[in-house]
Design a protein around this ligand. Structure first.
Ligand SMILES: N[C@@H](CCC[C@H](N)C(=O)O)C(=O)O
Length: 277
């Protein structure tokens, strides 16, 4: 089996193309292959499959074997893969996702290879039960949540996958490993949650660190960056266009007022190709 390792700002994936559908036991395969000591090592296993609704279909399995509905960094990696490996010569493509529908992607090609990718990530879902959270409100903004006697306040946003954004004084040095896993499985989040800790530096720049559902602390999260921007607008903290700065680098995010869609722009890189017995 041939695979290619790609990453978006250090959020890394084992990408497999050429299959018609997900293989049986893909959850166990993801756990084995994503293991950084006994496998290839990655945050997720990504399949590029044929689609009846779009140019390509993407499925992403987290490193713990759970399937995610959507992944912003993976969709940029998939887009780079299909162009650089000549599965398409179009610079505008569509990619079907499990939980966020068909997404439109624009490829910025430099010297014959994709350098950056702009993705229409669709409309954010804000209704509390749909994110899902246990809070039955039209928008869940700055809502209290208690973990081990400490109170946080979160804003809930789904980009196809669920996120809670929490503002802290210093996201860069925040103790992610202590609070991230506890919030991920908090009973207020019936399908677990991706947790973003954010510090707004000014109206166009936010630091963010992420604890991902099913993958733990990753260097970047595309949907998490989108959720952070949406949350910051809802909380009146930033403008509708801002840079979200992650451990692995920066993403530029826009929440367009006219169509209510969120647009994400950032890089994708191929690291190597390999063969699995
Ligand atoms: N890293 C991703 C999100 C991957 C899925 C996530 N862990 C989940 O379970 O929802 C991104 O770049 O968006």
């Amino acid at each position: 089996m041939k695979f290619t390792k790609l990453h978006g700002l250090g959020n890394d994936f084992i990408v497999i193309a050429g299959e018609k559908e997900l293989p049986a036991g893909v959850d166990q395969l993801a756990i084995r292959l994503c293991n950084r000591f006994f496998g290839i090592g990655a945050d997720g296993l990504v399949y590029i499959l044929p689609s009846e609704k779009a140019d390509f279909k993407m499925r992403i399995i987290n490193s713990d074997g759970s399937e995610a509905e959507q992944c912003g960094n993976a969709i940029r990696c998939v887009s780079k893969y299909v162009y650089d490996h000549k599965l398409t010569d179009a610079t505008e493509i569509t990619v079907e996702t499990l939980g966020a529908g068909v997404q439109k992607v624009q490829l910025n090609v430099q010297e014959g290879k994709v350098a950056t990718v702009r993705v229409d990530m669709g409309q954010p879902i804000l209704q509390g039960l749909e994110v899902p959270t246990t809070v039955d409100e039209a928008k869940v903004i700055n809502h209290p949540i208690e973990v081990d006697g400490r109170e946080f306040r979160f804003t809930a946003v789904s980009m196809g996958n669920p996120h809670c954004v929490i503002y802290v004084d210093d996201a860069v040095n925040f103790d992610l490993a202590v609070w991230g896993p506890k919030l991920e499985v908090h009973p207020m989040f019936p399908r677990k949650i991706n947790v973003e800790f954010a510090t707004v530096k000014n109206r166009a720049f936010t630091d963010m660190r992420v604890w991902e559902r099913g993958a733990g602390p990753t260097l970047a999260c595309g949907t998490g960056a989108c959720a952070t921007l949406v949350s910051s607008v809802l909380n009146g903290l930033t403008d509708r266009q801002a840079t979200v700065s992650l451990k692995g680098g920066d993403l530029f995010i826009e929440w367009n007022e006219e169509d209510n869609h969120v647009y994400m722009t950032g890089p994708a890189e191929e690291v190597y190709q390999g063969t699995l017995d």
